[in-house]
Design a protein around this ligand. Structure first.
Ligand SMILES: [Zn+2]
Length: 234
């Protein structure tokens, strides 16, 4: 039997294992990932950051990636997987981590399964999908406003500035970007579905996919997420 954690400190020393968060743009993945990082004290690993870090530090993998990108090509799956493998082997991932933007394909998901199995990791992989009603997503995403000066992103529905259309920081007039139009967002959401459905199917078949509704307030979603994670932490 697991001993239930009773204090915040307990959660921060628990092993939660690798967590994959899936969710369409606007589903609140970023917000929820931050909550997981805070509660469990595990790092958030983004493949974009990892790529930039490797290139900046001039690691062997970074040099390879840079050569590929300089030639105008996309970094291969193999190279991305190698970077993830190196990152997951660092000590701060011992109790778990959140994978952000990885895996992106079923091929990468299979690679990850193999990698974790080969390491003999006892920590179960969890996959949490935050689902949000399509019309709600559309409303959230078209409500986005960006500050042209400091880059802060607001949302007229979920995270409005104190004064309408004005940045809280320096008072600049917020802008509405073309790629936040209903049409552009519809296209993005469709692309997201096409890309990730095979991935959620893959994890559903393996019985490790937990679906959480992201329709309610962020705090409620966080609570549900924590419940799901606490249930199987070891
Ligand atoms: Zn600003």
């Amino acid at each position: 039997m697991n001993t239930p954690a009773t204090s915040v400190a307990d959660y921060a020393s628990r092993a939660v294992g690798p967590i994959i968060l899936l969710g369409a743009p606007g589903a609140g993945k970023g917000t929820q990932a931050k909550q997981i990082v805070e509660r469990y004290g595990v790092p958030q690993i983004s493949t974009g950051d990892l790529l930039r870090e490797n290139v900046k530090l001039g690691t062997e993998l970074g040099k390879k990636a840079k050569a590929v990108m300089d030639s105008g090509k996309l970094v291969s799956d193999d190279l991305v997987c190698d970077m993830v493998a190196e990152r997951l082997s660092r000590p701060d991932c011992a109790r778990g981590c959140i994978l952000d933007g990885f895996p992106r394909t079923v091929g990468q998901a299979e690679w990850l399964d193999g990698f974790l199995a080969a390491r003999g990791s006892k920590l179960p992989l969890r996959v949490i999908k935050i689902t949000v009603d399509y019309n709600k997503l559309l409303k959230r995403l078209t409500g986005r406003r960006t500050c042209p000066v400091c880059g802060t992103i607001y949302n007229m529905y979920t995270n409005p500035p104190k004064v309408d259309e004005i940045c809280d920081r320096e008072g600049a007039k917020l802008i509405f970007r073309k790629d936040d139009s209903e049409e552009a967002i519809g296209t993005r959401l469709k692309a997201y579905d096409n890309d990730t459905l095979p991935l959620s199917d893959y994890y559903r078949q393996r019985g490790i996919l937990t679906e959480i509704s992201g329709d309610s307030e962020p705090e409620q979603v966080t609570n549900e997420l924590f419940r799901a994670l606490d249930k199987v932490s070891i």
